[in-house]
Write a protein that binds this ligand. Structure first.
Ligand code: AMP
Length: 632
């Protein structure tokens, strides 16, 4: 079976291709039509079928051969706790919580917001929601009150599930208190109840009547099992908010039948998972990667999945490697940012653990630059697979589908389209550009199963933002620039909304960053377009240097960076300014906050900082910039 043949089949005969995959899962009522594409850009998979995501992820295994097998493994570096639940134990816990939710009036189509730490109860809660046909909306536990309030306002949940607190490098993040503050900010978000998991990490104030204690509710609920509710295949399973070009978050809506089919298939096709796998995605349940590959994908496939509370470098930079050794992790899925952070530390941290269980390392979320790719390949001695996707897609769009055919890796490229994805690089008129030319990465409909159904409360924005970009043609706009090479490999060049325009020449931030990342002293770099009276925009470089990496001064390295860019890309891209900081300001999902760096540099208002990793880095950037301004 080759990639080319399988991919072709997924495009030419989608009904047969996905129908075969879907039939490996449980349906309460069989579908009548695999794909309804009669109303583009709305595509509905498995029309007429009814199913349940929780039933397929849990019951199918818990009441079958995998009953006593590990399902959910929790490891907390913060509390030094761990817990493993078998499929049957997970089934029991999910049922008990579903019974509590049902007693509180939760049913089909109700929205439930989760504002939870990385604990097993968070996964149990997601599964309990979909068991009842309720729609969960997980808000990343690191978001601030303002971000939480806007999501509650949009989703209008019946219930919010939270905990007293989470921990970040030992310091308490008071989730319940932040939720109370968020609820006070909401315009429409009067919730009936808040269910609070009390981890005894901090004192909490309970609002009479509204707030309920998680453990008490479980203890007082007599009912032990709740049948999984059959829901139509196109019924929303969750809403996940992501940022767009405007300040208002977009609520990406996921279906049920298409999503579970695509995820189940992707476990084999994309990740090459078999029954002996132990899957660890180091993401957070607040992100799409967490939804798909901490929770649903591995469980649908019946393999153990790890949920980890903590950082990669706390209490020390070997903590992840100890987890890999402890559980015999076979598939590690992480972000290039984390690898770049870890590669800064001396090798002995890695050498302490036995990592021979590892078979694959996957990265996504941002470009995997070549130096980091080389470091990881050498450090782990396993194939390192970069793959590209988005909150909207729910599962990988570009990848090396190693379970079908492990294609030769071209470092820096997330390889080729995943099954069913009709990706192309086009110009501003939607016309395909020749190989080697830069353009917009778009996808032709029908989108494969698992991709976004619409935007919550905003069908118009869904059609306009994603499908309304090209005159006379409906193409799904990813928002990214890319190049397809002569071998059909794609190369990501950064967001189309992050491009620079220097004297009328368009430059991708990614292109410049890659060149600078090659400098031996540079650990991490962000390139930002800043206002320039003469040339429209100028290139600002903000970089983090490797520790003890060079005997040369910062000025000397800055000169070398300028030279490198001029040499590799051309004089037009020569950085106007190069600044060194100890940390780059990033969104919680690891993306460099170019907007913030730009605003600080230009002396504009910074705006909403609710998604910043930690405010200290902003201060550091500010200090660095202030230092520069003094020098000038
Ligand atoms: P999010 O929806 O937050 O996961 O962000 C999706 C965006 O992250 C994409 O549109 C890309 O800009 C970027 N992205 C994700 N994966 C990759 C990758 N492997 N290479 C380059 N960019 C990526």
């Amino acid at each position: 079976m080759t990639y080319a043949d399988t991919y072709r089949r997924s495009l030419d005969a989608p009904a047969e291709f996905w129908g075969q995959h879907a039939s490996q899962l449980h349906w309460f009522t069989p579908w009548e039509q695999v794909l309804d594409a009669s109303q583009p850009p709305f595509f509905r998979w498995f029309q007429g079928g009814t199913t349940n995501l929780c039933y397929n992820a849990v019951d199918r295994h818990a009441l079958g051969a995998l009953r006593g097998h590990a399902a959910l493994i929790w490891e907390s570096a913060e509390t030094e706790q761990s817990r493993t639940l078998t499929f049957f134990e997970l089934y029991r816990e999910v049922n008990r919580l579903a019974a509590v939710l049902q007693a509180l009036g939760v049913g089909l189509g109700d929205r439930i917001v989760l504002y939870m730490p990385m604990v097993p109860e968070a996964v149990i809660a997601m599964l309990a929601c979909v068991r009842l046909g309720a729609i969960h909306s997980v808000v990343f536990g690191g978001f601030s009150t303002k971000a939480l309030a806007s999501r509650i306002d949009d989703a209008t949940p019946k219930l919010v599930l939270t905990a007293d607190a989470s921990l970040r490098k030992g310091s308490v993040v008071p989730l319940k208190q932040m939720l109370d503050e968020a609820l006070a900010l909401t315009e429409r978000g009067s919730v009936e109840h808040v269910l609070v998991l009390n981890r005894q990490l901090t004192h909490i104030a309970m609002h009479p009547e509204r707030d309920l204690d998680w453990a008490e509710q479980l203890a007082s609920c007599q009912q032990r099992t709740v049948p999984a509710t059959p829901v139509p295949s196109a019924a929303p399973s969750y809403i996940l908010y992501t940022s767009g070009t405007t300040g208002k978050p977009k609520g990406v809506v996921r279906d049920t039948g298409g999503y579970m089919t695509a995820l189940h298939a992707s476990m084999e096709q994309v990740y090459g998972v078999d029954a002996s796998a132990v899957f660890w995605s180091t993401s957070d349940i607040g992100w799409v990667v967490g939804h798909s590959y901490i929770v649903y994908g591995p469980l649908l496939k019946g393999v153990p999945t790890l949920i980890y509370e903590g950082r990669p470098d706390h209490p020390d930079p070997a903590v992840w490697w100890r987890v890999v050794e402890k559980y015999g992790v076979t598939h590690l899925f992480s972000a290039p940012t984390a690898l770049r952070a870890l590669c800064k530390f001396p090798e002995h941290w890695l050498a302490q653990s036995d990592l021979t269980s590892l078979r694959w390392l996957f990265t996504a979320g941002e470009p995997l630059d070549e130096p980091t790719y080389r470091w990881a390949s050498q450090a782990f001695g396993v194939p390192v697979i970069d793959h590209y996707w988005q909150t909207e897609s729910g599962w990988p769009m570009l990848t090396n589908s190693v379970g079908i055919e492990h294609l030769p890796v071209k470092p820096g490229s997330p390889t080729r389209p995943a099954m069913g994805h009709r990706l192309q690089v086009v110009d501003a008129n939607g016309q395909r550009v020749p190989p080697g030319h830069k353009g917009f990465l778009v996808e032709h409909g029908p989108l494969p199963p698992g991709t976004l159904l619409t935007l919550w409360n905003d069908e118009e924005r869904f059609v306009r933002d994603y499908w309304g970009h090209f005159k006379g043609q409906q193409l799904y706009l990813t928002g990214d620039y890319a190049i397809e090479d002569a071998d059909g490999y794609f190369w990501m060049l950064g967001r189309a909304d992050e491009v620079l325009n220097v004297a009328g020449h368009r430059l991708g931030t990614r292109e410049i960053e890659e060149v600078i990342a090659d400098h031996p002293a540079v650990a991490e770099v962000g390139v930002i377009g800043v206002r320039d009276d003469l040339r429209g925009e100028a290139v600002l470089v903000v970089a983090v240097l490797k520790e003890h990496s060079t005997p040369y001064s910062a000025d000397h390295i800055a000169d070398e960076i300028r030279h490198l860019v001029r040499e590799r890309i051309g004089p037009i891209a020569t950085p106007h300014a190069v600044r060194f900081v100890s940390q780059l300001p990033k969104t919680r999902s690891g993306k460099i906050m170019r907007r913030v760096i730009r605003a600080i540099y230009q002396g504009d208002s910074i705006g909403d900082l609710s998604t910043i990793e930690d405010d200290v880095s902003i201060d550091m950037v500010r200090t660095a910039i202030a230092a520069l301004q003094v020098q000038l």
